[in-house]
Design a protein around this ligand. Structure first.
Ligand code: CP
Length: 320
């Protein structure tokens, strides 16, 4: 069983692998810690002194890996990185169980892990509870640190998560960032629309997770967007799609364009990356649009990941 994080004290030397561990109070603790660190980052630069992070990114990443490692180093700690699987012994047939046991055996203080296998961080946290495991994305399942940086960014833009209306747009079925953010916003009673081609809806998973939602076909995008505060676009996960869905995307099933943004005051978020080659889900002209916040959102990943690590190391630290 994962250890829940119900109070500030529960962060201490815990793992953070799922939104299911959190409640609205402990989510707010993360947001407040991130705000404090963003306002005054240098005050926090000794918290991880003499502490070691293993940064294990067995599948591709730009933002999560670099911001995770930067966060730990900015807290004063040391990092060892392993990227990809070609240089570790799983490529010689070693099991993930043995691989995780090896990393745990060298006793780092924390392990950040991304892998295409769902629930690997959960298994690791349960088997090796003396290490703080942080899930940086497990297959199509969850991406909880991304959800925290997303909700932190939203909290900078709208005053009240309860009165927030958000539209998740695109590939809902394979998008782990959508699932983690939806689980987070469910805890605050936000209104959520999910717009996708019908074959990329995630009805079963949303229902299993207890998400209250409004599903609309992607063809209703123009009608829905004027009524939301946040548009959360997602990358089509072509690598996980059926041939038919891939074909549909390659022929441009939808695109968020400057013309579409003229119809709404909503801010445009995206966890990134945007697929620039096949058929970009967001038009490149929107990169500099005043309603686009996705680069700001990504930059917030540093403060939020510093906040999460700092809470796992020391939940009561306060420099105010
Ligand atoms: N948002 C996100 O997870 O980006 P990376 O895959 O680049 O880490």
């Amino acid at each position: 069983m994962l250890r829940t994080i119900s109070t500030a004290a529960d962060f201490y030397q815990n793992s953070f692998v799922s939104i299911d561990q959190l409640n609205p109070q402990t989510i707010q603790i993360i947001l407040q810690r991130a705000k404090a660190i963003k306002a005054s980052p240098k005050q926090w630069n000794n918290l991880a002194h003499n502490k070691l992070l293993y940064s294990l990114f067995f599948s591709q990443s730009t933002r999560t890996r670099v911001s995770t490692e930067t966060a730990w180093i900015r807290l004063g700690g040391d990092v060892i990185n392993v990227s990809g699987t070609e240089h570790i012994s799983t490529s010689k047939g070693e099991s993930w169980e043995h691989t995780l046991a090896m990393f745990a055996g060298y006793q780092p203080d924390a392990i950040a892990i991304r892998n295409s296998l769902e629930f690997l961080p959960h298994t690791a946290a349960e088997k090796f509870p003396n290490i703080s495991w942080v899930n940086c994305g497990d297959g199509s399942n969850e991406h909880p640190t991304q959800a925290m940086l997303d909700v932190f960014t939203i909290s900078e833009l709208v005053p009240d998560l309860k009165n927030l209306t958000i539209a998740f747009v695109g590939d809902i079925k394979h998008g782990r960032t959508v699932k983690s953010l939806a689980k987070t916003l469910q805890q605050f009673g936000s209104t959520m629309y999910f717009l996708s081609p019908s074959s990329l809806h995630a009805q079963d998973e949303l229902e299993q997770a207890g998400i209250t939602y409004n599903y609309r076909d992607i063809s209703e995008l123009t009608e829905i967007l004027p009524h939301v505060d946040i548009i959360y676009a997602t990358r089509p996960q072509l690598e996980r799609m059926s041939e038919a869905d891939r074909h549909m995307y390659e022929h441009g099933v939808y695109q968020i364009t400057p013309q579409l943004m003229q119809k709404t005051k909503a801010r445009l978020m995206h966890p990134l990356p945007i697929d620039a080659h096949i058929f970009p889900e967001i038009s490149a002209e929107l990169d500099t649009h005043p309603q686009s916040v996705y680069f700001h959102q990504a930059a917030n990943g540093l403060w939020v990941r510093m906040a999460i690590f700092s809470l796992l190391l020391n939940p009561i630290q306060n420099f105010a």
